[in-house]
Design a protein around this ligand. Structure first.
Ligand code: ARG
Length: 588
C-alpha cells in the first residue's frame, strides 16, 4: 500500500501542476506545528526563485487548487508561504480500512528480495553467556526479524567461538587436574569415551580458573597456546575433548537463547571455516597481498586516505597457526560458497571495529566477495550500570546473563502479583514475558551504536517509555476487545468511520505511519525507530482510551468502528513487538 504521505504528496503535485508550477516543489511532510495543521508543504518558498514571485502568492495559488481535492478538509496558505493541510476524516478512515484489510498492515514487501546473513550472538564455547553477549543477541535477532518482515531472505548465524585460546586453556587445565585421561596420551588415537569428563557446571568453573592462571603463569600460558595449536592441527585426543566441550556448551547455550526468544538458523562455528584457510592463504600469497614479517604472514590494509592508523592484518602467526582475522576471512569464503549472500551484517561490540575494517579491506582486496556484496559492521555500544561503568554484579563481578534475566523476572513477578487480576499460576509465565520486554525494549530503544545505562527500576516500570508499558497497552486493548466479543459483538473489518474527534484522528494518523516507519527502520537498520513509534502509538491510544467511553457507547455503528480501530492498533503494536523479539501476554 502506498504511504499516506506519498498519497498526500501526489495530491499536492496535482495542485502545483494545475496552478502552473513544477511538481518537484510538492514535497509534503508531517507538520512540525501539530497545533496548526497535520501536514505541511514548504515548496512555495523554494519555488520563489524560479517563478520570481512572493512565496505566499504561490502558496495561495496551490492551496486554491488543493481545496478541490476530496482528501483534504482544509488547506491554507500562511505567511511567508507555508501550505498547511488537514486531512478529510473520510480519507483517513478509508486508509484505516485499507490497512485493516491488508494482512501485512500496509507495509509493502520488497520487490527485490536479498539474501542477507546476520552474524550475531557470537558466544564462545565453554564460557557462560554474560551481559556482554546480550546486546548482540537482542539487536541481531531484531534485525533478522525486520529484514524478514520486509520480505528479504535472512539467515542468522551464531558464529560460535570454538577455536581460540579458550579451548587450549581448558585442555591444559583438564590435563593438570586429570592427567591420566586418555585424551592426553599421545600414543592413543581413540576411540575415546563417549561421556564427557565434565559437566557444564564444571566446565564453567574450569575456564575462568585456567584463564586466571594463564595471566600470571607464563609457562602455563605457553602450554595453552601450544594445546590450541595442536588442536588446530587436529591432534585426535584434543579433537575428542573439543567435541565434548562443544556438545556440553551448545546445549546450554541453546537453552539460554531460547529464554531470550533468540533463534539462530545456523549454528556454524569458527572451526567450520578452517578447511578454507589453506586456499585463502594461498590466494593471498598468489595475489601478492600477504607477505612475511618477522616470520608471521601479514596483509597491509592501510589506505592513503586513512585518518587513523590501520595496522596490518595478521593472517598467520610464525608457528603457522591462524588467528581471529584468519577465521573471519575464511568464514567469508565459506559463506560466499554456501549461501552467496548479497550482504553480511556483523552485529558485534563496536570495540571490535578495527578488526572488521581490516577484515573487510582484506576481503575486498582479495576479491573474496563480489563488488556489490555488502559487508556491514553494525557495532553496538556498552551496556553500563547506573554508575556509568560496564554493568557488573553487586560485588563487581561479571554478570551472567542467566542471573540478569532471573533478577528482572523476579522483579516483574513481584509487580504482577501486586496486581491481583492475574491468577498465580499464570504469574510466573507472565513475569517472564514482561521481563523479556523490559530487557529487550530497554536495549533496543537506544540507538545501537551508543552506550546505555541498564536501569532495572526504569526498564521494569509500567509507565513511561518501557517494554512493560507497551505490553500493558496491548493487554488493555485485548481486554476491551474480549469484553466486546463476550457481549456478542464481532470484530469485523470495514466498520471504521471517520474520526469522531481530534484525539481519535491523531490515533488514526499515527497508525497510518506504520509502513513508513518500518521502511525507514529497515533502511537504517534502526530498531530504535520502531520503539519510538510504538511508544507514540501507545500514548495516542491511551489518550483516546481515557477520553472515550468505548463499550458504553450507544450508537452501535460508532462502537463497532472504535472496536475495529482498536483491533487495528493492536495488530500494528503486535507486529512491531514481534519484530523487536518479544510478545504480549493475555493479562498482566
Ligand atoms: N566470539 C567473538 C567474541 O566474543 C565474537 C564473534 C563476532 N563475529 C565475528 N564474525 N567475528 O568476541
Amino acid at each position: 500500500m502506498k504511504k499516506l504521505l506519498d498519497l498526500i504528496t501526489e495530491e499536492a503535485a496535482k495542485a502545483f501542476l494545475a496552478a502552473g508550477y513544477d511538481t518537484s516543489y510538492a514535497r509534503v511532510s508531517v507538520s512540525n506545528r501539530p497545533d496548526l495543521c497535520e501536514y505541511q508543504c514548504n515548496g512555495a518558498m523554494a519555488a520563489k526563485k524560479e517563478y520570481k514571485k512572493a512565496p505566499i502568492m504561490i502558496a495561495e495559488d496551490v492551496a486554491a487548487k488543493m481545496a478541490d481535492s476530496p482528501i483534504f478538509e482544509e488547506v491554507t496558505a500562511v505567511n511567508p508561504g507555508f501550505i498547511n493541510m488537514k486531512l478529510a476524516g473520510s480519507f483517513v478512515a478509508d486508509y484505516m480500512k485499507a490497512m485493516e484489510a491488508d494482512e501485512h498492515l500496509s507495509v509493502e514487501k520488497t520487490k527485490e528480495p536479498q539474501t542477507i546473513m546476520i552474524d550475531y550472538g557470537g558466544p564462545n564455547v565453554a564460557k557462560p553467556l554474560h551481559v556482554g553477549h546480550l546486546r548482540s543477541a537482542i539487536i541481531g535477532e531484531s534485525l533478522k526479524r525486520l529484514g524478514r518482515f520486509m520480505g528479504h531472505k535472512v539467515i542468522g548465524d551464531v558464529h560460535l567461538g570454538d577455536w581460540g585460546l579458550q579451548m587450549g586453556l581448558i585442555i591444559t587445565e583438564l590435563q593438570e587436574r586429570q592427567p591420566s585421561l586418555p585424551y592426553f596420551d599421545e600414543a592413543l588415537t581413540g576411540p575415546y569415551p563417549e561421556e564427557a569428563p565434565f559437566t557444564i557446571g564444571e566446565l564453567e568453573e574450569i575456564y575462568p580458573a585456567a584463564s586466571a592462571r594463564s595471566k600470571t603463569d607464563e609457562a602455563y600460558r605457553e602450554k595453552a597456546l601450544e594445546a590450541t595449536h595442536q588442536l588446530q592441527l587436529g591432534r585426535p585426543g584434543y579433537m575428542a575433548l573439543w567435541t565434548h566441550i562443544l556438545n556440553v556448551s551448545v546445549s546450554d547455550l541453546k537453552r539460554n537463547y531460547e529464554k531470550l526468544n533468540v533463534e539462530f538458523d545456523l549454528w556454524k562455528k569458527e572451526s567450520d571455516a578452517q578447511p578454507y584457510i589453506p586456499e585463502l592463504v594461498q590466494l593471498m600469497k598468489d595475489k601478492g597481498l600477504a607477505h612475511e614479517d618477522q616470520g608471521a604472514l601479514i596483509v597491509d590494509v592501510k589506505q592513503e586516505t586513512d585518518t587513523k592508523e590501520v595496522p596490518p592484518l595478521l593472517l598467520l602467526k610464525s608457528d603457522g597457526s591462524s588467528l581471529y582475522a584468519t577465521t573471519d576471512l575464511a568464514t567469508i569464503v565459506e559463506r560466499k560458497k554456501l549461501f552467496d549472500p548479497d550482504e553480511i551484517i556483523y552485529v558485534v561490540d563496536k570495540r571490535q571495529e578495527m578488526h572488521f575494517v581490516q577484515v573487510f579491506r582484506a576481503a575486498r582486496m582479495a576479491g573474496l566477495v563480489d563488488e556489490n556484496t555488502k559487508l556491514s559492521f553494525h557495532g553496538f555500544g556498552t551496556m553500563n550500570g547506573k554508575d556509568g561503568k560496564p554493568f557488573k554484579t553487586r560485588d563487581g563481578g561479571v554478570m551472567r546473563l542467566e542471573h540478569l534475566i532471573k533478577d528482572i523476572n523476579d522483579e516483574m513477578f513481584k509487580k504482577i502479583v501486586e496486581n491481583r487480576s492475574v491468577r498465580d499460576t499464570e504469574a510466573q509465565k507472565t513475569a517472564e514475558q514482561v521481563g523479556l520486554s523490559a530487557i529487550k525494549y530497554g536495549d533496543l530503544s537506544n540507538q545501537a551504536s551508543k552506550d546505555y545505562v541498564f536501569d532495572v527500576d526504569r526498564f521494569t516500570s509500567f509507565e513511561g517509555n518501557t517494554g512493560p508499558y507497551i505490553l500493558y497497552t496491548i493487554v488493555r486493548i485485548k481486554s476491551i476487545l474480549n469484553r466486546y466479543t463476550e457481549n456478542g459483538g464481532s470484530l469485523k473489518n470495514g466498520a471504521i468511520l471517520p474520526p469522531a474527534n481530534s484525539v481519535e484522528k491523531d490515533l488514526m494518523l499515527k497508525c497510518a505511519r506504520f509502513n513508513g516507519v518500518m521502511e525507514n527502520a529497515y533502511e537504517e537498520k534502526a530498531p530504535h525507530k520502531i520503539c519510538s513509534y510504538i511508544y507514540e502509538l501507545s500514548n495516542d491510544f491511551n489518550r483516546f482510551y481515557h477520553e472515550t467511553k468505548i463499550l458504553s457507547e450507544e450508537n452501535e455503528a460508532q462502537k463497532a468502528s472504535w472496536i475495529a480501530l482498536l483491533d487495528l492498533v493492536r495488530r500494528v503494536l503486535e507486529a512491531c513487538i514481534d519484530v523487536l523479539g518479544f510478545d504480549a501476554p493475555e493479562r498482566m
